[in-house]
Design a binder for this molecule. Structure first.
Ligand SMILES: NC(=O)c1ccc[n+]([C@@H]2O[C@H](COP(=O)([O-])OP(=O)(O)OC[C@H]3O[C@@H](n4cnc5c(N)ncnc54)[C@H](O)[C@@H]3O)[C@@H](O)[C@H]2O)c1
Length: 375
């Protein structure tokens, strides 16, 4: 009985060492391919009555520096729930050698409320954001797209290149970042992806946006400082844009005029109208969301030759898909450390009784009297 209680109470801690082991064993390309495939399938079979991912909420603050801490919940009723906490601190890379996006995720047993897993969310976020762009790009970009433009060359840009390299036959990547050191280091950072056959080079902003067949904007542009490039008659006629960095009220990357002549597809409409490029549009001017895009892919085929925008704000359902992929590989590889975090006594009606359970290592004689004396 005692051991049953403890087993039920165990949470799998999935640290960066576990994620590293999964990445090394499985390979980043297979992981990306699986997330792309599973996300496509999840969108195709998505039933709004069976799941719920409310628009995220969080804290925005200016002290000790500009930052955001947000929580992104998602549930599949009767099955599982995940809550991701994500921090956005754009000064992190230059001041602290930390990523701008730092994240952790928790998964829950919806029958009991017990926390099943606590895992890194930083790699997962990059992976699923790259995968979401790949899903949209595969459906909206011209099939012969060979040139990728990246505006903003930080962490997400790596995963954007990765995701798109799995669905397009890229020949060239043109990179621009307002921080010249970030542009210059991009090709080396992308080296881990093994894309030796793709020519990756730094270019002026205008060259990037007017040469690109597919453009990804993944910047930490300040609120009110966007867009990050200017509209131009030289933009490719069928340009597909993945706008990844606009994820906060007032923060946009794409010129309104470009949006107005494009089919704009949000990942999650409610959130995109508040935080994404869709802030610049009326709800009636917004195109199908990611789920509809996947479900109606054949009908939307004509849009490949027209300008399109995937307005990616980050949808918690994508996290669920990516967490599934990582956790299932982790289970197969025996990764993770089981820890008892929640107090769960043999007597469920006594919230103090856990301290007396014989299994506890803290209490020598197991008596309530001992607890009271040691206050
Ligand atoms: N859509 C999603 O699901 C999702 C997921 C994760 C992150 N994001 C967002 O993506 C953005 C990038 O995140 P990251 O982790 O790559 O951050 P990062 O700090 O690693 O990279 C951002 C880069 O943008 C550059 N930049 C800022 N303003 C620019 C401009 N006007 N033009 C060109 N470059 C500019 C910065 O110099 C920096 O190198 C953030 O806004 C983040 O919130 C979105």
């Amino acid at each position: 009985m005692e051991s049953t209680v403890r087993d039920k109470n165990q949470t799998l801690i999935f640290s960066v060492d576990d994620i590293r082991r999964i990445v090394r064993q499985i390979g980043v390309n297979q992981l990306m391919d699986e997330v792309i495939a599973r996300l496509t399938h999840a969108c195709d079979t998505y039933d709004a009555a069976k799941a719920c991912a409310p628009a995220r909420s969080g804290f925005e603050y200016q002290l000790p520096g500009i930052g955001l801490l947000e929580w992104m919940p998602v549930i599949e009723f009767g099955r599982r729930a995940l809550i991701k906490v994500v921090g956005y601190h754009p000064a992190n890379p230059s001041r602290r050698t930390l990523p701008t996006i730092l994240s952790t995720a928790l998964t829950y047993d919806v029958e009991t409320g017990h926390m099943l897993a606590l895992m890194d969310g930083t790699f997962m976020t990059a992976l699923r954001t790259g995968a979401a762009s790949a899903v949209a790009t595969r459906l909206l970009a011209p099939r012969q797209s060979r040139v990728l433009g990246l505006v903003g060359a930080g962490a997400q840009a790596i995963a954007q290149l990765h995701g798109l390299s799995r669905v397009l036959e890229l020949e060239r990547v043109l990179v621009f970042d307002t921080d010249a050191r970030v542009s210059a280091s991009f090709a080396e950072r992308a080296g881990l992806l093994g894309l030796e056959n793709i020519d990756i080079r730094v270019a002026p902003l205008e060259t990037v946006v007017t040469t690109a067949h597919v453009l990804c904007t993944a910047t930490s542009v300040d609120i009110g400082a966007g867009p990050v490039f200017e509209d131009s008659p030289l933009l490719h006629a069928g340009l597909h844009i993945n706008a990844v960095g606009s994820d906060f009220p007032g923060k946009v990357e794409v010129p309104k005029s470009v949006l107005r002549r494009s089919l704009v597809c949000p990942d999650f409409l409610e959130q995109a109208l508040r935080e994404g490029e869709c802030q610049q549009l009326q709800p009636g001017d917004v195109g199908p969301d990611l789920v509809t895009l996947v479900k109606r892919a054949k009908e939307l085929e004509d849009y490949r030759d027209r300008p399109t925008v995937f307005d990616s704000t980050g949808w918690a359902f994508e996290d669920l898909v990516a967490a599934d992929v990582l956790l299932s590989h982790g289970r197969d590889l025996g990764c993770g450390t089981k820890v008892v975090i929640e107090s769960m006594a043999a007597d469920p009606r006594n919230p103090y009784a856990f301290a007396c359970d014989a299994a506890s290592t803290d209490i020598s004689d197991g008596s309530v009297g001992m607890i009271l004396r040691s206050r």
